[in-house]
Design a protein around this ligand. Structure first.
Ligand code: CAP
Ligand code: MG
Length: 409
């Protein structure tokens, strides 16, 4: 029973995977493809006395394209193989055992095209870009955010104060760092109360809506309790480390539908997205995140400290903002190694529908957090008016100090 059929034309009900396949040793790519198709669906390493031709016909995938030069392979899977609404099951099929098979030297899941029926079995984002903009009342520019730094160590009082300085300096959004949750030096519930109090103060003083994104990442039940606490105390957002909490926990959080914006941090993604020959692409992770229903997702910057070339970041952006079976879109977040000098390049790459976050690029400003936040907003104002930063800095000393310290890319 072969799974290779180069004449097969996928149906609209098929789920289609694009893989990069490097067979083991000198074995033929076709042999690797047979193993991948079998192990990711109905078969195993050997013929089965229990296999029925009806099962093979009904649920067997089709390897319908093999590019031996590039190693790219397309496999169409009957959607009946997959449980609607169940990300863990889908991944245990198309992104499970196959990565460990000896039949492949390297294997990378590059992209997945979901059939409409399967895609619609997920909730998708509750807010999407337009919903987030409604919450903030900002419609005509990128949003500017910061991450409280140092990553860990500030007590809740100081955390709230740094957040206040960031907001009054001009940040729309302040978030916890990905590894700040409920440590003794900064207990979660204490931090929430103090920081939301400072958010309210900053809103009164600036007349602008301000957002605090507390990191609720934890064991699932605890995570839901923390989300409830945030909501009870006037929070509008939660932040979650989607890879380390897991897809099942993320689906539970989205199903709870607490009415708060879900900001997705992707810490640990690079353990499997970075190697261009083995693992799972960030594009796939981004599509899964939108299906499950995150409203905002870190997708890279192309210009900052994290790896991820421009074309990859733009491809991911297009995948989470584009039309997709009527699912709401997900707000792209660019963060990591950014400072005011990088904003024009970032806006040119990402357009207006982007959330720009800088941690060190705000709190590392020579005149402190408030000046750093001011410099970010000044750089954004300049970029939106297509005024060169150096010219804009002549009348904006905070931006000038940032350019003096970090320059432009
Ligand atoms: C950025 C950040 C974010 C990264 C995550 C950090 O801080 O808070 O977690 O942006 O990377 O901890 O590095 P800086 P990505 O602004 O000081 O770099 O967005 O690529 O997932
Ligand atoms: Mg961080």
């Amino acid at each position: 029973m072969s799974y290779i059929d180069l004449n097969y034309k996928p149906s609209e009900n098929d789920l289609i995977c694009r893989f990069f396949v490097e067979p083991e040793g000198n074995s033929a790519i076709e042999k690797a493809c047979e193993n991948i198709a079998a192990e990711s669906s109905i078969g195993t390493w050997t013929e089965l006395s229990t296999m029925e031709s009806e099962i093979y016909e009904r649920l067997g995938p089709h390897v319908f394209e093999i590019d031996t030069a590039s190693g790219e392979v397309l496999i169409a899977y009957p959607s009946d193989l997959f449980e609607p609404g169940n990300i863990p099951e889908i991944l245990s099929s198309i992104a499970g055992n196959i990565f460990g098979m000896k039949a492949v030297e390297n294997l990378r899941l590059l992209d997945v095209e979901f059939p409409e029926k399967l895609a619609r079995s997920f909730l998708g984002p509750r807010f999407g870009i337009s919903g987030v903009r409604e919450v903030l009342g900002v419609f005509d520019r990128p949003l500017v955010g910061t991450i409280i730094k140092p990553k860990l160590g500030l007590n809740s009082e100081k955390h709230a104060h740094v957040a206040y300085e960031s907001w009054v300096g001009g940040c729309d959004i302040v978030k916890d760092d990905e590894n700040l949750t409920n440590q003794d030096f900064n207990p979660f519930r204490e931090r929430i109360l103090k920081t939301l109090g400072m958010r309210n103060k900053a809103e009164e003083e600036t007349g602008e809506k301000k957002i605090y994104m507390p990191n609720i990442s934890a064991e699932t039940e605890e995570m839901l309790e923390r989300a409830e606490f945030v909501k009870e105390n006037g929070g509008r957002y939660v932040m979650v480390d989607i890879v380390t909490v897991g897809f099942s926990a993320l689906q539970t959080l989205r199903k709870e539908n607490l009415g708060m914006v879900i900001h997705a941090h992707r810490a640990m993604h690079a353990a499997f997205t970075r190697n261009k020959k083995h693992g799972i692409s960030m594009l796939v992770l981004a599509k899964l995140s939108r299906l499950i229903g995150v409203d905002q997702l870190h997708i890279g910057t192309a210009v900052g400290k994290m790896e991820g070339p421009r074309e990859e970041v733009v491809e991911i952006k297009n995948a989470i903002v584009g039309d997709w079976y009527g699912l709401k879109n997900t707000f792209p977040v660019s963060s990591g190694g950014l400072h005011p000098g990088m904003i024009p390049a970032l806006v040119e790459i990402m357009g207006e529908d982007v959330i720009i976050q800088a941690g060190g690029g705000v709190h590392g400003h020579s005149n402190g957090t408030k000046a750093g936040a001011m410099a970010m907003r000044q750089a954004l104002n300049a970029a939106m008016q297509a005024i060169p930063l150096e010219e804009y800095a002549e009348k904006n000393p905070e931006l000038k100090a940032a350019l003096d310290k970090w320059g432009k890319p």
